[in-house]
Structures are given as C-alpha cells and as structure tokens.
Design a protein around this ligand. Structure first.
Ligand code: HEC
Ligand SMILES: [Cu+2]
Length: 257
C-alpha cells in the first residue's frame, strides 16, 4: 500500500468521525439550547388511569393523557400561548399513537408504559391531537384538542369533561331491550336466561346440541334464527349492533353465572 492511499483512508476516517461528532453536537445543542424534547420511554412512572392537567406554575403544565379505544382523556384543554407542557402518555387498553398536529410531538402509548415529551405552544390556535396507530374500528374518530388561547390565561385551565364513557355490557342489554326477553337471574321469560349460559350445553329444536361458547353467543345475537333453543319460539328479533358494543354484550353474558 502506498503512503498516498493511507493518507486518503485516514482523511476519510477523520471526516466521518467529525461528521458523527457534529451530528451528536447538533442534537445535544437542540435539546439544551432550543428545548427540543426527545421522546422518552419513562419506565419508572407507573401507568396512570386518568387523564388530567396539572398547573405547575403560570404557563407550565403537566398533561397526563390517557389513550383508550377510542378517545384521549382529557379530550379538550385550554392553555395560554407561550405555555410549556410536559406530556405524559399512557394507554388504558391497546397500543395507540399520539400526534399533536403542528408540533413535532409523535408518541406511542404502549400498554404498561408511560411515554414523555415536552412541547412549547407559542402560536395561539387549536391543536389537533390524533392517534396514528391503528387501534380498531373507530380509530379514525380518536382525537382531542388543545386550545392555545389568551382567554385561558386568566382562570387556570380546567380539563373539559371527556367524552361520555361507553355503556357497559349490562346497560347495553337494556338499551337493546334484550332484558325484555332474557333474565339474568334464572327467572323464566320468553327467551332463555343468561344465568349460567356461557359454556353450557344447549339442546336445539332440531335435536342437535351445541356448546354456548363465544362463537355461539355471537351467532345467537347476530343471526337469531340460525339456531333455535329447544322449548323456545324463534321470536328473537334481529338487531344491528356495532362491533364494539357486540363485544361488550358477549363479554358481559359470559360473566352471568
Ligand atoms: C322478543 C324477545 C327477545 C329479545 C328482545 C331478544 N331475545 Fe335473545 N332469544 C329469544 C328467544 C325466544 C331465544 C331462544 C330461541 C332462539 O334460540 O332463537 C333467544 C336466544 C338468545 C340467545 C341464545 C340463548 C341460549 O340459551 O342458547 C342469546 C345469546 C340471545 N338470545 C341474546 C340476546 C341479546 C343479546 C338480545 C338483545 C340484543 C336478545 N337476545 C334479544 C328472545 C329474545
Ligand atoms: Cu388509538
């Protein structure tokens, strides 16, 4: 190898090293000088169960965002321009994403963990918070708003109440009038009781048998006439129920013992 080649190699190595050092320096400087928050996974913060805004000082906030199917809590907050917010993100169910449109905040909400980022809101306006991790049928509806407005400066900001909680399985049975024909405690009604139904063996009108597993429950509700339970009239009406509510109903029936 000639001395010339060694010289070129050395120069390439040194240039590459300088390049890496410069990049590291730029990142460190952006964090220190310009206050860019690098997203971090905080494993020492316990996942929380409710979303809230904590006012630490004027224009200093801590926002605990709880992502869940399919909303963020708090859904709506107001803070004054120039506010710095420490954002902590957790999830109540599956993995979600959280992007604050118009900022560089793009976090993941991972079950069992809390993610963190700091953001400064200089420009007044309405910032949309969206989920960017597909999380189920109503994923596209998952959104929240951060209002950056001077009107929020006088009284301390209060989280506006989050969207109403979804109905539970038992409430859905009332909503769809299932309880008009099905009892939960074994008492006789036009339809079989849900008490002890899950996992039990059903004798059907055509003489065959079936086990009331999850698939059977789903089918019985979606297509009431697919199978008829022996001793009952096929009078159950067909009802259109959104998938999320359907799941809640089946999950609830499973617990009626
Ligand atoms: C008008 C009365 C009526 C209403 C309202 C009704 N059902 Fe039924 N349901 C029945 C009857 C009768 C049967 C048994 C005959 C059959 O299998 O079709 C039945 C069967 C079922 C079964 C299977 C039960 C078993 O013992 O194997 C399930 C599960 C069920 N219904 C769920 C529901 C749900 C959930 C709703 C509400 C969305 C509902 N039903 C509304 C009358 C009703
Ligand atoms: Cu989501």
């Amino acid at each position: 190898m000639s001395t010339a080649t060694i010289g070129i190699e050395k120069r390439i190595v040194i240039t590459a090293a300088l390049f890496v050092l410069t990049l590291t320096g730029v990142i460190a400087m952006s964090v220190k000088v310009f206050g860019f928050g690098l997203p971090t996974c905080l494993t020492d913060v316990r996942p929380f169960r409710d979303g809230k805004v904590i006012t630490q000082a004027p224009k200093r906030y801590e926002i605990h965002y709880l992502a869940r199917m399919w909303r963020f809590e708090p859904a709506d907050i107001s803070i004054p321009p120039g506010s710095t917010a420490d954002i902590y993100l957790s999830t109540a169910d599956v993995t979600h994403g959280m992007q604050i449109v118009g900022t560089n905040i793009n976090l993941m909400a991972v079950p069992g963990a809390v993610n963190y980022a700091r953001v400064k809101f200089d420009q007044p306006g309405e910032y949309l918070v969206v989920c960017n991790e597909y999380c189920g049928i109503e994923h596209h509806q998952m959104a929240a708003r951060i209002h950056v407005t001077d009107r929020a400066a006088a009284p301390p900001p209060l989280p506006v109440t989050a969207a109403a909680a979804p109905l539970g399985g038992q409430e859905l049975l009332d909503k769809y009038a299932c309880t008009a024909c099905h009892s939960l405690d074994g008492s006789p009604m036009p339809g079989p009781t849900f008490k002890g139904l899950y996992g039990s063996k059903r004798t059907l009108a055509d003489g065959t048998a079936a086990v009331a597993d999850e698939a059977y429950l789903l089918e019985s509700i979606e297509k009431p006439n697919a199978k008829t339970v022996k001793g009952f009239d096929p009078v159950m009406p067909e009802t259109t129920i959104p998938p999320a509510e359907m799941r809640a109903i089946v999950q609830f029936i499973k617990t009626v013992k």
